[in-house]
Design a protein around this ligand. Structure first.
Ligand code: DP6
Length: 370
């Protein structure tokens, strides 16, 4: 059996490279979003999760990012970059990227030797309420890793992916689960061999047939900007009265879902996934200050799903991220009956009838290397 290596922080510090290997060029990566089954909510510096999480990598929801680079004539200590999003120059995105570069600089010291132009776009509408930080930050991390590989072609694919995930994590925690597919675990857990707080790893065991091609139809209940960002939500887990129990619950769920993913028990899967979604929102409702991200239509959809499941014995279930949208999860085998149900009964609760048909995906893809 192949030995799984766990890397430590110092493994991610690059040696100095011969920058002549890459003076100008560009990389384009297409990177998926992901949906957590067991949620990450609560962290320590520097982006260390309080509990283990696991997600399905998605397919249709992705970010496409091009990083153009050119060697600076005179080295300065400042980062030099411009950002375009969907064709428009976006100076208001700069502070987030600046912070990301500051955090990763010690691992990729060649960063301020270059001038960058970042051009990014999402497959999903920016205002859809779908978090773009996971796909956005993982795309940028992969572009930076492509530059590292240009400078040091000897790095292995395994190291490349792990370091991309490590860097992405420093941009946004959930982004470290958007490098590979189909199921990614982030956070050290005794039941998951090779798992780490520093980067995401592929679920190490063979996944049961029931989860092949699993569907995620995202019902866009509220396309507006969230009132409370995930970053603020994570902070509210400090001194949260139920934090300890919540982190324990999530780690117990990881242990259970680890078995379920291998044995294909869909009833158990549903019970873990829905409990996770509601526990996440329960944390929001019980933090100080408290807040609610669900909308009346979120609850209407949940109730409809429960009624449908009770009357048809379908294995449909839902999960939520930090917002009002509902992710409807179902096995490939049930796609016809569930799709009919969604169109007939659920779309009416979406803003302007908007929804996205997505499914489990295999991870990021290098689109061009010039
Ligand atoms: C509810 O990864 O967006 O989607 O690390 O502060 O960038 P930061 O937070 P983020 O949090 C995601 C929270 C979640 C659950 C999850 O994806 O596990």
């Amino acid at each position: 059996m192949q030995k799984i290596f766990v890397l430590t922080e110092s493994d991610f510090i690059s040696p100095s490279f011969d920058l002549l290997n890459a003076s100008t060029g560009s990389f384009t990566w297409k990177t998926p979003s992901n949906i957590a089954l067991v949620k990450y909510w609560g962290k320590q510096e520097p982006q260390i999760p309080e509990n283990t999480s696991i997600s399905f990598t998605l397919d249709a929801c992705f970010t496409l990012t091009t990083l153009e680079f050119s060697k600076k004539e005179n080295t300065s200590s400042n980062f030099d970059f411009e950002i375009y999003f969907e064709g428009e120059k976006k100076d208001d995105f700069k502070p987030k990227i600046q912070k990301f570069f500051e955090r990763i600089e010690q691992y990729v010291p060649f960063l301020n030797e270059y001038k960058f132009v970042i051009k990014s776009r999402n497959s999903f509408p920016h205002s859809s309420g779908i978090a773009s930080s996971a796909s956005g930050m993982s795309a940028l991390a992969l572009c930076v890793m492509s530059l590292e590989k240009e400078l040091n072609p000897t790095i292995s694919e395994e190291y490349f992916n792990k370091k991309a995930s490590f860097l992405a994590r420093l941009g946004s925690g959930s982004a470290c689960r958007s490098i590979e597919g189909e199921l990614i675990v982030w956070g050290n857990h005794p039941a998951i061999e090779g798992s780490s707080n520093l980067y995401g790893v592929k679920f190490p065991a063979k996944v049961h047939e029931n989860f092949k091609n699993y569907h995620d139809t995202i019902l866009l209940v509220d396309e507006g900007e969230k009132q409370v960002s995930s970053t603020v939500g994570h902070q509210l887990m400090y001194n949260h009265p139920f934090a300890k129990q919540r982190f324990q619950q999530a780690n117990d769920h990881i242990e259970k879902i680890n078995e379920v993913l291998k044995n294909g028990d869909l009833k158990q899967f549903i019970s873990i996934v829905e409990s996770e979604a509601l526990s996440l929102h329960a944390m929001m409702m019980t933090s100080n200050p408290y807040f609610i991200l669900m909308k009346p239509n979120t609850l209407k959809i949940i109730n409809k799903i429960w009624e449908f499941r009770a009357s048809t014995k379908s294995n449909i279930c839902f999960t939520l991220d930090a917002g009002a949208n509902v992710h409807v999860l179902f096995p490939e085998k049930e796609k016809e009956i569930v799709n009919n149900f969604i169109i007939k009964e659920l779309i009416q609760f979406c803003q302007e009838n908007h929804y996205i048909c997505d499914r489990i995906g295999i991870g990021a893809k290098l689109i061009s290397n010039m």
